[in-house]
Design a protein around this ligand. Structure first.
Ligand code: THU
Length: 132
């Protein structure tokens, strides 16, 4: 699947978001090597810290369907930003542990802008289980 098509899937997922507080819908689409696709959108809560970001929902969605890091091929994240939508710090930490280092992470916006990042570029010198 081309990155543009994966980004379109993320834009579709964005419509599933629940964002009555931030009014900032985010969508994510996680492509697996077998062609399966797992979507995520941000889901907020009146108790703000209970909310969950789109990209973490996509990764957890895939894992709840039996997929693991070795199955993941690419991840797309999108929101209505002037530049591209970049993941928050917590998502970077989760991505660094659960997403393969060699797989592309596409950040986008609704105007067709797409930038490619990686686990390392998003979170250099990440804390990991090896540090414990
Ligand atoms: N958010 C995401 O879902 N992913 C990102 O990459 C950036 C931020 C969400 C969290 C919250 O629901 C809203 O966007 C505003 O921060």
């Amino acid at each position: 699947m081309e990155k543009e098509e994966l980004m379109e899937k993320a834009i579709g997922a964005r419509r599933l978001s629940y964002t009555p507080y931030s009014h900032f819908p985010v969508g994510a689409a996680l492509l697996c090597k077998d062609g399966s696709l797992f979507l995520g959108a941000n889901v907020e809560n009146s108790s703000y810290p209970c909310g969950m970001c789109a990209e973490r929902n996509a990764i957890y969605n895939a894992m709840m369907h039996g997929k693991t890091r070795d199955d993941f091929e690419a991840l797309a994240i999108v929101a209505d930003c002037e530049g591209v939508c970049t993941p928050c710090g917590m998502c970077r930490q989760v991505i660094s542990e659960l997403f393969p280092s060699e797989a592309p992470i596409y950040l986008g916006n609704l105007n067709g802008l797409i930038e490619e990042e990686s686990v390392e570029s998003l979170l250099p010198k990440a804390f990991s289980g090896d540090d414990l």
